[in-house]
Design a protein around this ligand. Structure first.
Ligand code: ARG
Length: 459
């Protein structure tokens, strides 16, 4: 049978395979609340503008409310032959209230309807992710404050470089997550305009009030151009690009947890709640959640790419390709929700092995820069020459098979006669980190101040 929605010019119905490729109800039913909210706003506006009668409007609003209850109660029969959430809701509305249901779609198209629904959904997803990231920052800040003075090796090239503090390391991620939140907030401002009333593509001849529906739906204003309103998905792309960048941050932290929990590092221990064992090797404690965050970052990046590629060849205005915008966005949002929650749990629970970190902090001649700086400060050497002196001291220690602080004063003086006992004091990892008081440096007092400032800014 021909469709009840557009059967006028059709003699027959679609092939089974046509129905399957065309239907989006399996996934776009997640838009039900936004769809009904949008329809209510549209209906209220139609009544206010005298486009439909108050009686029809009341029937439509009551019917939509019943549809909402049915869906939330889990007793709504979604039908594939009705293609998508919009037609499923409208068809059920017609069953409930009869012919008046047919007036709801006056001055509207599924094109502006879906653009509106999807913007509302992505707006909620943005807000949810923002709140989750705030929770992650809170966890990082708590652990950073606790470990403001815990020394550990800082790395470049994954080679021990200079001592830092665990607090400083964790605060680096607080900064990254802060920028992630900033990107979400920026995207929200641009997203928050209403496409409703763009109709199919050209606007409408009915005297609608787009400012009213925009306000009803919490948008700042209506979008300016009807073609743009129905045919851009940049808000979804921005959501996913901000997600992808955030996921990359999470993935790097996850990678560090994988390294840090290994038997060769033992910097931290994850809680039982965030570890798995092996079915064969009894000693194993695997950081699966961290590994999965690392892996799922690939999916999020893929989701962004999928929609970029869908969009890049589409002429204005709507093309059905755009129905394929939803699955990547849903997967991205679901994946990010899981990843952020798992990371927050791991950070909250992890045990920091301060003794292991302290021993590792000094290994690999990590205070060589400090002795070079001392020569510059106290002996007024040019830094390049001081670098050479410190390098020779490292070579001496390496040949002797000891660490820099183990060299005697006499041994050090064979390299540079100006070196005094005072120079030896800068070789400890504690004095090294304490001396890094430049803005943004790793000194424990800096870290405590940075934690306080970040709490004020982000929590
Ligand atoms: N299910 C469609 C989507 O998600 C709704 C819009 C359909 N519009 C159309 N002209 N076929 O994009």
């Amino acid at each position: 049978p021909a469709s009840s929605m557009w059967g006028g010019r059709f003699a027959g119905g679609p092939a089974a395979i046509m129905q399957r490729i065309n239907a989006s109800i399996d996934f776009d039913q997640r838009l039900y609340a936004q769809d009904i909210r949008g329809s209510k706003a549209h209906c209220t506006m139609l009544v206010k503008q005298g486009i439909i009668t108050a009686a029809d409007g009341d029937a439509i609003l009551a019917g939509l409310e019943q549809v909402l209850q049915e869906i939330e109660g889990g007793n709504f029969p979604f039908r594939t032959e009705l293609e998508d959430i919009h037609m499923n809701v409208e068809a059920r509305l017609a069953e409930i209230i009869g012919e008046a249901a047919g007036r709801l779609h006056t001055a509207r198209s599924r094109n502006d309807q879906v653009a509106t629904d999807f913007r509302l959904w992505v707006r909620d997803a943005l807000d949810g992710m923002e709140a989750a990231l705030k929770g992650l920052q809170q966890a990082l800040l708590d652990r950073a404050f606790e470990h403001a003075g815990t020394v550990m090796p800082g790395f470049t090239h994954l080679q021990a470089a200079q001592p830092v503090t665990m607090g400083h390391h964790l605060m680096a991620y607080v900064e990254m997550i802060g920028r992630d939140r900033g990107r979400l907030a920026d995207a929200r401002v641009r997203l928050n305009e209403s496409p409703l009333g763009s109709a199919a593509l050209a606007g409408t001849s009915f005297p609608i009030d787009r400012h009213f529906t925009a306000r009803q739906l919490g948008f700042d204003r209506p979008m300016n151009n009807s073609l743009d309103g129905v045919s851009d998905r940049d808000f979804a792309l921005e959501f996913m690009s901000a997600s992808a960048i955030c996921a990359v941050h999470l993935s790097r932290l996850a990678e560090e947890l994988v390294i840090w929990t290994s038997a060769q590092f033992r910097f931290v221990k994850l809680s039982d709640a965030f570890t798995t064992g092996s079915s064969i090797m009894p000693q194993k404690r695997n950081p699966d959640a961290a590994e999965l965050i690392r892996a799922k970052t690939g999916r999020v990046i893929g989701d962004l790419n999928a929609l970029l590629i869908v969009m890049k060849g589409l002429p204005l205005a709507y093309s059905k390709d755009m129905q394929d915008d939803k699955e990547p966005v849903f997967e991205c949002a679901d994946t990010m929700e899981l990843a952020i929650a798992a990371m927050t749990g791991m950070i909250k629970d992890m045990v920091v092995n301060t003794d292991v970190l302290a021993a590792a902090a000094g290994a690999g001649f990590t205070t060589a820069t400090d002795i070079a700086d001392w020569c510059v400060r106290e002996l007024k050497m040019p830094f390049r020459r001081a670098h050479h002196v410190a390098g020779s001291l490292v070579k001496l220690a390496e040949d002797k098979g000891c660490d820099l602080p183990d060299l005697s004063l006499d041994e050090m003086r064979t390299v540079e006669p100006g070196i005094t006992e005072a120079a030896r004091a800068v070789l400890s990892v504690e004095s090294s980190v304490a001396s890094r008081i430049s803005h943004g440096g790793t000194a424990p007092d800096n870290v405590r101040a940075a934690v306080a400032a970040a709490r004020a800014k982000w929590l």
